[in-house]
Write a protein that binds this ligand. Sequence first.
Ligand code: CUA
Length: 306
Amino acid sequence: MSLLSPAEGWFDKKVSKDEKSWMIIALLLCISMFIWMIMWHVYGKQNPSSITYRTSTAEFSKLSEAYQKQNIVGTDAGIPVVRPQPNSDVIVMAEMWRWSPVMILQKDQAYKFHISSRDVLHGFSIQPVNMNFQVYPSYDYVLEFKPTESGEYKVICNEFCGIGHHTMIGKIVVIEKEEDLKLYGYENFKKAPAPLAEKKNEPLTETEMVLLGEQIYTLKGCAACHKTDGSSQIAPSWKGLYGKEEHVIEDGKKMTVKVDDAYIDESIKTPQKKITVGFENTPMPVFPLTDEEIKQVIAYIKSLKD
Ligand code: CUA
């Protein structure tokens, strides 16, 4: 313990050679560990990063049902089998006690999984690769998945979720060529229908527009703030919104507008132009949607009647 100041010029005194080399070694070690921290993310064979969106079990259930209805190519032990297009969104539902759907994927093609739970916490673990995710209800986990080897993969639930936990085993089949389907007894399963959005030449029906609008609502994150059950905590609920008279503020002036196609279009493209009274503190970000997508969102909002 010292109550006195150190001797004059102590800071400029030469550090002994040993001490200096240890300091350099420690510094290099710190820097290399820091670099590895970043490199490990890429080379470390660990969980890939995922993006999470807020959703609700009701919304995700609806989405999952719509997805399976649209993409089903057969069933396996009572569970729908889908054959998603490469680079498409795949909706995966966890529930007591099954994973659905069964997926037929193409080797070396990327897919975007959206995973959520209908009831309790489950664990999404693809065997035998090291992939491990907790799947909570009300969250949409987005996971890029690109199988690099063909074969059958099991999806194991690794969070205890009740009496049937051990039976909760899903299936992902990765094929290289059409003949591989025979290995799994899937030879009669035809190709997945083209996604609705890619349907060429014929206009979409109203029902398809609503379905696509709902997908945008869930997948692009509108659902995080806009509810469809009439509750308006962060942003106006979409239920019964279409056709309603809304009080808004534009350039500091209060006015009333009717919610129609033009108003919704403007609100998506320039959300700060007219701000709904009561939501001044929760400004809406700009979502880059195409005009076509905006039309689908409008169709979805229209379908949500009071
Ligand atoms: Cu689901 Cu354990």
